[in-house]
Design a protein around this ligand. Sequence first.
Ligand SMILES: Nc1nc2c(ncn2[C@@H]2O[C@H](COP(=O)(O)OP(=O)(O)OP(=O)(O)O)[C@@H](O)[C@H]2O)c(=O)[nH]1
Length: 956
Amino acid sequence: MYTSKHEYFGATLPRRQCTGRAQTRRLPDFPRPSPADSSSIPTRPTIAKPMFNRRRWIPGPVSLKARFSLAVGMLIVLTATVLTVAAVLIVQRGIETVVGEREVSLISQVARGLDNKFMIRQQALVRLARDLERRRHPSSAFQDKLEEHHSMDGFFSNLSVLDAQGEHVADMDYPETRGQANFSTRDYFVDTIRSDGPIISRPLRSQLSGRPVVIMTAPIHDQEGRISHILIGTIDLAKDSFIKELSIGQVGKTGYFYILSRDGEFVSHPDERRILQHIGQGGKRAPSVDQAMAGFEGTLRSTAEDGADALVSYKRLASTGWLLCGVYPTAEAFAFANQIRWNAAIIAALLLLVIGPVAWLLIDRQLRPLKRLGQQMAAGRGAVGPAGPYADDEIGELRRAFDTLMAERDRAERAVADSERNLRLVADNVPALVGYVDKHERFVFGNERYSAYFGISAAQIPGKSVREVIGEAIYKVSKPYLDAALSGRAVRFERQVQRHGATQWDRVAYNPDIDAHGVVQGYFVLVDDITELKATQQVLALSEKRIRTIADNMPALIGYVDTDYRYAFCNRAYGTITGIAPETIVGRSVSEVFGPKVFAAVAAQMAAALAGRRISFERPAVELKGNRYLQTEYIPDIGLDGKVAGFYTMVMDITERKAAELALAAQQRLLHTVTDNLPALVNFMDRDGRFGFVNRHHESWFGVPLARIHGSLVSSLFSEAEAEVHQRAFDEAMTGHTVKFDFARMQGGDKRHYHATYIPQVDCSGHAVGVTGLVNDVTDAKLLEEQLSALARFDALTGLPNRTHLTERIGRAQTRSARNGSVMAVMYLDLDKFKSINDSFGHSGGDTVLIEFGRRLSACVRQSDTVGRLAGDEFVILLEGLQNVAECAVVARKIIKVMEKPFDIDGVARIVSTSIGVATAENGLAGVDTLLKHADDALYRAKDSGRNRYAITSVK
Ligand SMILES: Nc1nc2c(ncn2[C@@H]2O[C@H](COP(=O)(O)OP(=O)(O)OP(=O)(O)O)[C@@H](O)[C@H]2O)c(=O)[nH]1
């Protein structure tokens, strides 16, 4: 059985030493700007430079590509190695198994061969012994017998016979040695006697030849069955024999066999010198031998006697109990496996040589985008154009991420730059000095304002000492505050400085810059030029003084009350009017100064003032002597934040004015009493035309309550037409003239007539401040007047229009004729011989004729024509809208015709005729007098021509 205890795989690859300790890499500390080096203090946040080092990204000894290639190469080598080793091991294991099994088979075969040879020899020896036994020979006869059996030469190097006493009685090859030695003490002799059977001795040195031999014995019995002799067959271990053959036989080309006796002596060995030597002799021996000596049989991996690695096989010979050993050096046994291993290594190396460059090229190709990205990253920029197209892989993702990162960085940088620019812009445009000074009193930053203050530009400031920048004098003034700021205290102070040849004031603020460890690193400087403020404060102080002077000289109480109802200010009048010293008032509450009763009287108003409302009220001052009456004003003091900080109080003694007002009120009442009982509208209109005073008649007149009339524009209460008339009169009255005018309006369903008088009201300087209006109802007088007027315009006898009326109508007809170009005519009529009728029938008879004459004339003309009586028996007819002059003749003839009918005069029929003079005119060319004169002329022509006829004349 083959076993392998010494594994090929037993050797593990040496593992790389690993300390197991994390290598913490210490990042370099960024040095904190040395306060001593003011220029090192960053004035703006800095963007960290890309952390990519160009050297790491440009191909070099440690380039990523090289590392990838190396890694891939190593992976390939490792894979190839593992595969090769695994394959080789499998093959080797197979070879080992095969070789081992072959060795086991071989040694077993050899062992069987040896056993077989021993058995053949033993059987031959026993047969010879029996043969000798059957023919009884004396000891001397054995020599001859032996010589007859040279056929045994092939089996044994010598045959000899010992008698039962160990005497050497016969010897085939060395007969002369007979009787020279006794072998009774020899083990093989003793063993044969004892066992009474054939035995094979242990290897021993022949007493006769001195050669290493193995003795095979076979007892020869006498007739009684006792051992009479012992046949000895000697096998010379060093000479040609089957054992010697074994020693020179080889296992493979370099292997060999050897045999060990039970005692560990070499029975056979290629090196003859070792035969009969004990295995332990010489020191070294294969460890597996002991195992085999203890009983192991089989093949195992061990070492040969020379220490070389070998497959060693052991098999114990059944015939002798010897140990047959076969040594097969692994160098030869596994030469094939070694060849395979070498071949595999060569193939792996070749693979590496081929795949390495290929991998290099492939990786170079794959890493090219990464390289470009690396170059971009080294240059600190993202994609120049629109991102992509990037491969849809990790590098593409990385590039997109980098582009995004760069875009964000660019945005951030721009934002920082903008911020810095804005900050600088803000700082430079702040109307103040803005700066930063380190703890060594050196400027780190100063805005452009320093140029105007100290003649040093912002660019020159960093690094300069405070003393250098602001000058010795100002530095001396500022030094205590500067020290305070550097000790960690924020300080504010004002300093008077000489700048540009003038005295100026600065308000300075130093705010310490304390770091996270509580150490002052410097301080911020803010300096305002408050020269103007100072001047303003002085002006203000002067102004306050003036105001106080004015307030103190005002005949009124002037004070200021805060939100706690405490006096913050009061003028001197408080002392004179209330009798309380002003200095005792300030700081005390109203209640404390004037008592709770007075405070209760004004508390509501004060609360309203503190709520932001301006309050004005009057009250009797019970706290003052002499029934005084006070006019009080509370004016809230509203700050810029919209909150009320207090209120001003101004109290005036209005006792006299109040008395006057009461008197005035009495007069007002009297006025109302009078005017309300007058049958007229009485009012006062202010300069804006608003009713200031109205008596009660206005309410019924306008149909509006008095309360609404008060303050209303007068024009708003009239109709549009009425308002126009009113406004004209009002405007004229405001110029200082009294205006009188009549107007009519529907009042209570009737048309009423009014007569208005607007009287200007002037102030002491003569300027009109308003108008007093008096409006009387003159409806009755107007009707009477109209009646009188009507009476004056008609003839009382005939009821026809009289001369006045006729004249008016002719005048208006002339206007219309001129407008429409029509023809108009005036007929002048006179009864013929009327005087005789009066004479005949009396004056009343004449009147009858006159009335009838008028009636007949009216019947002869159109409604639009006018028939009138001038005087006596003279009548006039006005004709309008004529087409031509001929129409007048028609009318004249028609009149003459109607006169043919007799008049009934007191029952007497009497023919009365008339003569007619007609004057016509076109286009209104002739006036009333001209037309009447021409008509009158025509009338006389008709009279002269015999009467009862008409004459026509045209006025051109
Ligand atoms: N009955 C009456 N007679 C009047 C009135 N007014 C004037 N007369 C008279 O009328 C007369 C007018 O006369 P004249 O027109 O002058 O003369 P005549 O008699 O008509 O003659 P001729 O006109 O020439 O035709 C006078 O005698 C007057 O006294 C009046 O109101 N009534």
